[in-house]
Design a binder for this molecule. Structure first.
Ligand SMILES: C[S@@+](CC[C@H](N)C(=O)[O-])C[C@H]1O[C@@H](n2cnc3c(N)ncnc32)[C@H](O)[C@@H]1O
Length: 175
């Protein structure tokens, strides 16, 4: 956070409760391909792995090389590939797999990221999803909602009040 305040955007990792609240908003157990934007310390990565089917594929993006290496070391799992690159590159990687994602999970700080990067990431999430796919987003404010509404026809919203600070959770569906 101190080294890269705008790309990290949070002082504490998300609480386990808020992670579970967010993941409850999609059916990860039925997903064939899952993508994570911003692995950080791996709190979502771990929660996602607990729910994934044995033969699912999971790409987790993290721009910070030290964090990406630490998550890959701590969570060895043949379903998981930790990619040390911007999640803006997700379409290229999914193209190589020949598949789209059923669920994309993001805790990226859209309100502090440079605006063009945030736009690219939201476009990439939309394009990465298969028909019926779901984009799960955790934020600390509703600022990103208009941008989500421009891209996704159906959005559900809930609050995870016990997180510090309280988290706003969005589940965005493509048609
Ligand atoms: C708010 S932190 C959340 C991390 C993690 N989900 C947690 O709660 O511990 C956001 C993370 O996204 C990473 N990040 C920021 N921009 C990114 C991008 N364009 N692609 C991939 N990761 C990114 C940051 O380095 C940081 O680790």
């Amino acid at each position: 956070m101190l080294r890269h305040p705008r790309t990290v955007g949070a002082v504490w990792p998300t609480s386990r409760r808020a992670v579970e609240d967010l993941l409850d908003m999609a059916d990860l157990g039925a997903a064939d391909v899952v993508v994570e934007f911003g692995a950080g310390t791996g709190v979502y990565t771990e929660g996602i792995l607990r729910r994934l089917a044995p033969d699912a594929r999971f790409l987790s993006y993290e721009v910070d090389g030290a964090l990406a290496a630490a998550v890959a070391r701590r969570l060895p799992d043949r379903r998981l590939e930790v990619v040390n690159a911007s999640a803006e590159n997700v379409l290229g990687h999914l193209g190589a797999l020949g598949k789209k994602a059923d669920v994309v999970v993001s805790s990226l700080p859209f309100s502090t990221l440079p605006a063009p990067v945030g736009q690219n990431l939201l476009d990439a999430a939309r394009e990465a999803l298969a028909p019926g796919g779901v984009f799960l987003v955790l934020q600390y404010s509703k600022t990103v909602l208009p941008e989500l509404e421009r891209r996704f026809p159906k959005i559900r919203r809930r609050l995870s009040p016990l997180n510090v600070p309280p988290a706003v959770l969005f589940s965005c569906e493509v048609s």
